[in-house]
Design a binder for this molecule. Structure first.
Ligand code: SAM
Length: 302
């Protein structure tokens, strides 16, 4: 069984926001494209998460990423992981503040790898961007080390490139080289319209200039730069027709709706109280509603 949308794109991944609650307040946050629901008044339940993943697996889903809000605010993540079918690529994106104490139990429950958001190595800049404290910053650093130790690899450190942190990129490259983790530089989707983004083209030009090797991943056609033992991946979705053309994921919102695209909210499919078979039909329906937001000759689509 496989899921293919009307543009010929296969769906092989689910990205599930398991809560909209967060313990940080990043200046730039896109809230996974959800309309704000910071109190999480309706939060997808453990059984609903397991059901949508099982239904997805029956239809060819191979990868699941848990996100939020801050997914580690849910204490039932380990018990969710334990109920999932084997053989899946299970990963998590987290702000890392609660990771150090959970890395081992998450790994034992079946999580494969983590992405940890860390927008600055300087505690004061980190605080300005995320609203977190100096102590939170220390916990994130400890969380990265704990994740490596627990075997949640490859650990990726996510950095959204901002005016505030663009001068730190080469320090970040040193940071990841020393720890055996991957640096993932993300282009800002400027939902706030405040011009917070850094000069990504300049940075990518510098990466190109210093790279020993450059490879392109299938997923979103993301480029990876290898620089003297450090690995740097770039995520540039804006106006990127290749990014959308190679998108293989369907999203699930924190209130239990299928979301075909990060950037749209006019085509959500409510999972309601559907049983497993009905959930499969709803996943097929949401797949049919997928269309590339940035596509050649038409921008945005539909
Ligand atoms: N709290 C978790 C975390 O920090 O990873 C999960 C949710 S967060 C929304 C997931 C990822 O989206 C983070 O790596 C974050 O940096 C990224 N992100 C959030 N807002 C963004 C934006 N406006 N543009 C680009 N990336 C963004």
């Amino acid at each position: 069984m496989s899921l293919v949308d009307p543009f010929g794109r296969k769906v092989t991944g689910l990205r599930i926001a398991i809560t909209s609650r967060c313990n940080l307040s990043c200046l730039y946050c896109h809230h996974e494209g959800e309309e704000a629901n910071p109190t999480g008044s309706r939060e997808i339940s453990k059984d609903e998460i397991v059901k949508v993943i099982r239904a997805g697996v029956d239809l060819g889903v191979k990868r699941v990423k848990f996100t939020g809000g801050e997914p580690l605010l849910r204490s039932d993540l380990e018990s969710i992981l334990k109920k999932l079918p084997g053989g899946l690529d299970l990963s998590l994106t987290t702000n890392g503040t609660l990771l150090a104490g959970r890395a081992k139990s998450l790994s034992e429950a079946g999580l494969g790898r983590v992405n940890v958001s860390l927008d600055s190595l300087r505690p004061e800049v980190y605080s300005r961007i995320t609203g977190g404290t100096v102590e939170d910053h220390r916990k994130v650093l400890a969380g990265i080390d704990a994740a490596v130790e627990a075997g949640l690899v490859p650990v990726k450190v996510n950095v959204v490139v901002l005016k505030e942190n663009e001068d730190e990129v080469w320090d970040m490259v040193e940071f990841v080289r020393g720890r055996g983790v991957i640096l993932q530089l993300i282009e800002l989707l400027d939902f706030s319209g405040r011009g917070l983004g850094g000069d990504f083209s300049r940075i990518e030009g510098e990466l190109e200039g210093r790279a020993d090797k450059i490879v392109t991943r299938d997923m979103h056609r993301r480029r990876k730069y290898f620089i003297d033992g450090a690995e740097v991946e770039v995520v540039r979705p804006i106006d990127n027709t290749e990014f959308c053309a190679n998108c293989t994921r369907l999203r699930v919102t924190s209130d239990g709706r299928l979301k075909p695209c990060l950037l749209r909210n006019d085509n959500l499919v409510d999972l309601g109280s559907a049983d497993l078979e009905e959930t499969k039909r709803l996943i097929e329906k949401a797949t049919f509603l997928r269309s590339p937001y940035f596509c050649k000759g038409q921008n945005p689509s539909r």
